[in-house]
Design a protein around this ligand. Structure first.
Ligand SMILES: *Cc1c(COP(=O)(O)O)cnc(C)c1O
Length: 411
């Protein structure tokens, strides 16, 4: 009888089952840039997609392949491509699959740099509409004959809006749109985008999957649900050489990774891979800490508003309960006008003033003055981002210590 493995067991045994040399439990760090072949036919076959193998490390490396395999298992996908960062994965995916004249519908509550790269793509001639993705009717209302792709995040940062993930999946399926879900904020442990019919899943491996703030990485996973055989933008040479199921990822690997060059280093792949072993444990602790802190802050007289999907006051609390295993490690809150946001932050002793998220340590950042500074006061007001908004990425510290820190800083 074979044992049916759960999320963490699968991740822990993933490298070993690929049989690295000497029975190593981790895939070794392969630093080679290139590979040699005794027979030139082997080299030619790799180039012509006739054989699996490695030719040049920009487009494939055994250490990175092992991580790609692991992410595919986490996401229940059929193939993954890793990148140097989450942003590289997003940029490469769009560049590889979208042509001038095509239209993309994206959530208006995107991670700031995702929004910014899409603005750059608009400047280069792509047609991209930004709509409030918490209601599928805004997506369907923006669709055109030229629409090819819909791009959303699960939980938005910093105000934690939740996309209408299921309904958007049905809508994309009905219209043959490529449905891209950025799962970074939830990670595959809290949410499985394949269950809402995502075509491609983006993860910033830098955040929860790597989890320790010590390596950058990103990935795109093909769930196998999109029918690439009927996608107009697949290059004729791939159409001939590669089975339909692999045409989407192959095109992303060639045009996005090989040509774009956002390659994940084997050292970073190894760090992320080791970090990913404790994803479930870390998130259970972080999400439990976050819920406790959110409730504490919501009931505090000096806090104006808390944005956290685990609170009943959150507009999509029920949707979050239905879709996600827990409510995530990220929240935001706004202080009452009588306390100064900077002096409050400076009073915190354990919580670190820092811009990352998904770290094991709790990190806080004043949103209006940093990640949304470039937008200007007017756009921030439109997006309902108050000047005193603080984003908190909750870590795995002992909850009593975090509570003590917030109590003393608010005293
Ligand atoms: C951080 C983040 C990214 C970008 O990831 P990097 O690895 O920092 O490039 C993309 N999407 C979301 C939702 C993120 O939080």
């Amino acid at each position: 009888m074979t044992i049916k493995k759960g999320f963490t067991t699968t991740t822990l045994h993933s490298d070993r089952l690929l049989k690295p040399e000497h029975g190593a439990l981790h895939q070794p760090i392969h630093t080679a840039v290139t590979w040699g072949f005794d027979d030139v036919n082997g080299l030619v076959d790799v180039f012509q997609n006739k054989a699996k193998g490695y030719a040049y490390s920009r487009q494939g490396n055994p250490t990175v392949t092992a991580l790609e395999h692991k992410v595919s298992q986490m996401e229940n996908g059929h193939a993954t491509i890793a990148f140097s960062t989450g942003m590289a994965a997003i940029t490469a995916t769009i560049q590889a699959l979208i042509k001038s004249g095509d239209h993309i519908i994206a959530s208006s509550f995107l991670f700031g740099n995702s929004r910014s790269i899409m603005q750059t793509m608009i400047d280069m001639g792509l047609d991209i509409s930004f709509v409030d993705a918490t209601d599928v009717r805004n997506i369907s209302g923006a669709a055109k004959p030229s629409t090819k792709m819909v791009f959303v995040e699960t939980i938005a940062n910093p105000a934690t809006q939740i996309a209408d993930l299921k309904a958007i999946g049905d809508f994309c399926e009905g219209n043959n749109f490529i449905y891209v879900v950025d799962n970074t904020m939830t990670s595959p442990y809290l949410f499985s985008p394949v269950t809402v019919k995502a075509s491609l899943i983006i993860n910033s491996l830098t955040k929860y999957i790597g989890g320790h703030g010590n390596a950058l990485g990103g990935s795109v996973t093909d769930t196998g649900l999109y029918d690439w055989a009927n996608y107009a933008n697949i290059a004729p040479v791939l159409r001939q050489q590669i089975p339909a199921k692999m045409q989407g990822v192959s095109q992303i690997r060639k045009r996005g990774l090989r040509d774009g060059g956002g390659t994940l280093s084997p050292e970073a792949a190894h760090s992320i891979s080791v970090g990913s072993e404790t994803l479930a444990l870390r998130l259970e602790r972080a999400c439990s800490n976050a819920l406790t802190l959110a409730k504490f802050l919501e009931s505090h007289s000096l806090i104006d508003k808390v944005y956290y999907p685990g609170l009943e006051s959150h507009p999509q609390h029920e949707l979050a309960s239905e879709l996600f295993r827990y409510y995530g490690g990220l929240m935001s809150f706004a202080l009452k006008p009588e306390i100064d946001c900077f002096s409050f932050l400076n009073k915190l002793q354990l919580v670190i003033k820092s811009s990352n998220l998904g770290d094991t340590r709790t990190l806080a950042i004043p949103v209006a003055h940093t990640i949304f500074f470039e937008l200007g006061a007017e756009r921030r007001a439109e997006m309902a981002i108050p000047d005193s908004m603080i984003r908190l990425s909750v870590g795995i510290e002992d909850i009593e210590d975090l509570l003590q820190d917030f109590r003393q800083a608010l005293a």
